[in-house]
Write a protein that binds this ligand. Structure first.
Ligand SMILES: [Zn+2]
Ligand SMILES: [Zn+2]
Length: 219
């Protein structure tokens, strides 16, 4: 697994591992828009390192609506078709979008909410096996460190979703000074994903759709 850290180095167009900045989207992939009509904020994007099983080589982009801040609530294990656009009850609105793509080109403009900063990824060991705790960190690959019971979901295509990335509780992404404060924030200078809950991104190993990713929240 790889630990992910936000550096103080400003990101520029074309950077692949960033908070905010210029999303690298496939040519036929528009910038995600929330059902409320707002263009979503790019929280982070990164190249999944090649030695991460199943998802190595994918470019991961995580977006959330700047006007919606909520938790993604537990639901039935079998997810319905296009759950990333119409999430199953009790969720009402897909205010997030996570994409896995490979052929992205930098968008014309940068995200206007978050400070464009480079991310660094550092390989780290994670012991496996009974009784060994995983690493509690913003990380890609490895295994999830659950705050509560482990959760499992099955994609609409029939594949069991696999763990890809974890964002720990109350992890803040620095906002631009001119950007509005996030609604229901835990820090006026930062934006958080899903109300600051622990976030576990589970993705479809069959990659049936670039957006076939389900965010599990715990606290
Ligand atoms: Zn919205
Ligand atoms: Zn799938």
């Amino acid at each position: 697994m790889y630990r992910i850290e936000i550096t103080s180095t400003p990101a520029v167009a074309g950077d692949r591992n960033t908070v905010g900045g210029w999303p690298l989207l496939d040519a036929d992939q528009p910038w995600p828009v929330c059902e409320c009509g707002s263009r979503m904020a790019l929280f982070f994007q990164l190249d999944v390192p090649a030695d991460i099983p199943t998802f190595g080589g994918e470019h991961l982009l995580a977006f959330q609506c700047p006007r919606h801040n909520d938790a993604c609530l537990p639901t039935a294990e079998r997810l319905p078709p296009r759950y990333w656009e119409q999430p199953p009850a009790p969720n009402e609105l897909a205010f997030w979008r996570v994409l896995l793509q490979r052929a992205g080109v930098p968008a014309d403009t940068a995200d206007p909410y978050l400070q464009p900063l480079r991310l660094s990824l550092a390989a780290a060991e994670e012991r496996h096996g009974k009784g060994s705790a995983g690493v509690w960190a913003f990380k890609v690959g490895g295994r999830p460190v659950w705050s509560q019971e482990a959760e499992h979901y099955r994609c609409a295509c029939g594949s069991d979703l696999a763990f890809l990335l974890q964002v720990p509780e109350n992890f803040g992404f620095p906002k631009r000074p001119e950007a509005a404060e996030q609604v229901d924030t835990f820090n006026g200078n930062e934006y958080g994903m899903f109300l600051g809950n622990d976030v576990y991104l589970l993705a479809c190993p069959a990659r049936c759709d670039p957006a076939a990713v389900w965010p599990v929240n715990q606290n």
